[in-house]
Design a protein around this ligand. Structure first.
Ligand code: FAD
Ligand code: NAD
Length: 463
């Protein structure tokens, strides 16, 4: 006899959404979570606290460095109260994680507090008790990965978790890895007054991004004061009292140099987390990248055990985990779930934001498409001009023959919000003409999307 129809292991975006959805569909559900709060990496030490600090640090920078003054708003002396800023971030985290607790109670999901491990394919042990279930969903997420030979010490050499809570602004923050975390957390501490150097191994920052967007993005971030050392690798980090010496050398080989840092943030990616889970007891193994392989219904090779989120292949993003959790719950309840892996937006929440969905121009060409590209700069968008905030552009990549939109890439203040329109259009199989013929409200940043779509087949109007 099973105690539950479904046990979910992990209460992050993948796990908690699956648990709530399955309960809504009438299943008797438990969710094992070892943290003191629900919400996983995203709510506790990821998406939410980082966005809280990005928002607060942006307000500080605008106040301290003249954006308000430009519009005739004089503020007097602007002072940073970092303790208060961190308090407000923690408050947002608490409210949101508490919100998941509320939703669990509302939907009668049992929270099994503690670390779960498989005893056999139908049973898990949590806090010394055995629980059996007809279905099990693994949503154990990911952990920070370290470059070979470079490990954090939690004080000077740190991960994103500590960088979300520095008790003072570092003099010089060296960031290893110019991806999502490096650019977001680098931006936060630069805005608050740190010198920030980002060391990125690849020739461009956020290497998966469309090349034109990445190039313009790098220019803007450097203008803001971030020092970007691309094509550079960190070979050693030596603790030197309460500082560290970071040894770097060109990725292509060449003379080494040393950078003195007050803090070093390691942000070179994350790895799937299956530590201590006892996968072998369930008859499961991971692939070469440590991920659990699943089919389109999120079934592992043991079909009543499914997996979603950062622990399976694909981008490590909260909304991907949530959609997969939702879909997996639908399948478990005997319905059909849907996630289109080709249309998962990605956003770097810097200022400007960088957002994309679908194929980059070079990926589209490599996939054999003849492409047409339409671009439109915010410099020619009336709302962006009115707001005196014209950085960035919209780029649409469409198939030349069918005009179907293959990818959309946006650099701009509202890119993260605007990309939803592009994802929806692509999900509906839109052509660039469909977007161009859709009436967009004026004056809005979204009109840049319509103009970029017009530019795919003919001239845009306002340029
Ligand atoms: P997780 O959120 O990692 O949750 C897994 C949970 O399982 C954890 O709470 C863990 O404690 C628990 N667990 C693990 N093993 C066990 C076990 N054996 N028993 C019980 N519990 C267990 N993504 C975005 O889309 N947007 C962002 O803005 C964004 N910002 C980020 C900022 C930072 C600094 C970081 C680190 C990540 C960010 N991410 C962001 C990524 C996002 O956090 C992850 O993609 C997302 O949390 C993955 O969800 P998940 O449910 O798969 O796993
Ligand atoms: P990332 O994969 O985004 O970036 C890591 C970067 O480090 C890459 O550009 C890589 O080329 C570089 N790198 C790898 N080894 C290196 C080395 N030895 N020296 C220098 N550079 C090196 O990883 P991340 O920034 O650590 O973030 C982890 C994951 O968390 C991301 O993949 C993302 O999925 C998620 N995340 C998402 C958001 C968001 O959605 N806004 C924000 C933060 C984190």
């Amino acid at each position: 006899m099973a105690d539950f129809d479904l046990i979910v292991i992990g209460g992050g975006p993948g796990g908690y959404v699956a648990a709530i959805r399955a309960a809504q569909l009438g299943l008797n559900v438990a969710c094992a979570e070892k943290r003191d709060a629900l919400g996983g990496t995203c709510l506790n030490v990821g998406c939410i606290p980082s966005k809280a600090l990005l928002h607060a640090s942006e307000l500080y920078e605008e106040a301290a460095h003249g954006d308000y003054a430009k519009f005739g708003i004089e503020l007097g002396e602007v002072r940073l109260d970092l303790k208060r800023m961190l308090f407000e971030k923690d408050k947002a985290v608490k409210e949101l994680t508490g919100g998941i607790d509320f939703l669990f109670r509302k939907n009668k999901v049992t929270w099994l507090k503690g670390e779960a491990r498989f005893l056999d394919p139908h049973s898990v042990e949590v806090a010394g008790e055995t629980h059996r279930a007809s279905n099990i969903l693994i949503a154990t997420g990911s952990e920070v990965a370290f470059p070979p030979g470079l490990a954090p010490d939690g004080e000077v050499v740190v991960t994103s978790t500590e960088a979300l809570a520095f008790d003072r602004v570092p003099g010089h923050l060296v960031v290893v890895g110019g991806g999502y975390i490096g650019l977001e957390m680098g931006s936060v501490w630069r805005r608050l007054g740190a010198k920030v150097t980002v060391v990125e191994y690849m020739p461009t920052i956020v290497p998966a991004m469309d090349a034109e967007i990445a190039a313009e993005f790098a220019k803007i971030l450097m203008k803001q004061g971030l020092v970007l050392k691309t094509g550079t690798r960190v070979t050693a980090i030596a603790r030197n009292g309460d500082m560290a010496d970071v040894t770097v050398e060109p990725a292509a080989g060449g003379p080494a140099a040393t950078i003195a840092a007050d803090r070093v943030l390691l942000s070179v990616g994350r790895r799937p987390n299956t530590d201590g889970l006892g996968l072998d007891k369930a008859g499961l193994a991971t692939n070469a990248r440590g991920q659990i392989e699943v089919d389109r219904q999120f079934r592992t090779e043991v079909p009543h055990i499914r997996a979603v989120g950062d622990v399976i292949p694909g981008p490590m993003l909260a909304h991907k985990a949530m959609d997969e959790g939702h879909a997996a719950a639908e399948w478990i309840a005997g319905r059909s779930g849907h996630v289109n892996p080709d249309v998962i937006p990605a956003v770097v929440y810097t200022m400007p934001e960088a957002a994309s969905v679908g194929l980059t121009e070079s990926e589209a060409r490599a996939a054999g498409h003849e492409v047409r590209v339409g671009k439109f700069p915010f410099l020619a968008n009336s709302r962006a001009k009115t707001n005196r905030d014209t950085a960035g552009f919209v780029k649409i990549v469409a198939d030349a023959a069918s005009d179907r939109v293959l990818g959309v890439h946006i650099l701009g203040r509202l890119a993260g919000t605007m990309i939803a329109q592009a994802a929806q259009a692509m999900e509906f199989g839109a052509s660039s003409e469909d977007i161009a013929l859709t009436c967009h409200a004026h004056p809005t940043h979204a009109e840049a999307m319509k103009e970029a779509a017009l530019a795919v087949r003919g001239p845009a109007v306002h340029i």
